[in-house]
Write a protein that binds this ligand. Sequence first.
Ligand code: MTE
Ligand code: CO
Length: 420
Amino acid sequence: MADPNETTGTTRRRFLVGAAGLAAGSVADARAESAKNLPPNVPDWTRQPGEGVGLRPYGNPSKYEKDVVRRTVPWLTATPESSVSFTPLHQLDGIITPNGLCFERHHGGIAEIDPADCRLMLHGLVDRPLVFTLNELKRLPRVNKIYFLECAANSGMEWRGAQLNGCQYTHGMVHCVEYTGVLLKVLLEQAGLKPSAKWIMAEGADAAAMNRSIPLSKALDDCIVAYRMNGEMLRPEQGYPVRLVVPGWEGNVWVKWLRRLKIGDQPWFTREETSKYTDLLESGKARKFTFVMDAKSVITSPSPQAPVKQKGFNVISGLAWSGRGKIRRVDVSLDGGRNWRTARIDGLVLEKACVRFYYEFDWNGEELLLQSRAMDETGYVQPSKDALRKIRGVNSIYHNNGIQTWAIKPDGEVENVEVG
Ligand code: MTE
Ligand code: CO
């Protein structure tokens, strides 16, 4: 199985060396060095004052966390301008993704937009075409909402079998943040919709000028024209200064660097909703406008990049989400889906947002096949990969929400596998 990342490999080897008791000289030295900071000794950081305030005007994580980063899979795309970096899900907890770790997916690179030159046009089947500046958008009534964003291609490499060894790569095209912005409905009301208005086209100001058609009913429901994430302004990678938030729907319609909203009476059938982001079935027919992201879950730890470190008490931790509303329940299996137990959800349970689940258990060193299965408030149950393939075939790239299996080996290593 491909391990696309060097850093991960190194970490795992270091763990194995330690676990097998084959401590090399340098490892032993490092231990002796660090023991001087352990009880009953007074550690270095207590012997003298630390760095004063003001030297870190914008804070970064501890230097010991430098391994917690977005990663790429080099062979997935030909150019970095049209590529993806993945959220390190195995290194995070709770439901909020830190801004600097949100996966990025661009079709034409990151547009660096001067906020003074940011304009949002609204035209087409409206009574009054409008152009908003960023400040004008900020003066309108605000909403704050936590939503997940999942790329339709998340887990797309796994349709034909287990491929990538790490939940960062198999499931890391998802993030969940709090957005601040104005409801799209408010802008549409200001422009005044013509009676024939049925669809809306959102277009980005990036080099890809990425555009998608969205039914007006969704635009009037819960879409947000957002300019903040987790309190601060959007990051350039996430569409600074303005992006469209389309709760529960595939990431591709969440147009970043938003510059134009055109109102029409039918969809535009853009590139991203014809040759891409349609789902080719076994019959040769393709499903189009598969907007909603169905319920899905993944165990983030243990997972291939986060092996089990000790026998005895262990915490299984994972994420679940549904584009159709709230997650109602998450089940965990230790034996490849033969027996299921209800996981404990901790923290907020919000519509179209991630939830965090845990399952605590004692590990005696036996091989396990870990799975999780999400259920949402509509009663929908996350399917097995085989059940999904029966309906969808294996030609698809998009909308793979099948149940993931991690094999736990006796040495604590974890592998991406499939059970028959
Ligand atoms: N918007 C523009 N303008 N250009 C893009 O390339 N990529 C889309 C969408 N919006 C894209 C875009 C895709 S495919 C996804 S999955 C999401 O943005 C990714 O959002 P993120 O980079 O904030 O994770
Ligand atoms: Co995408």
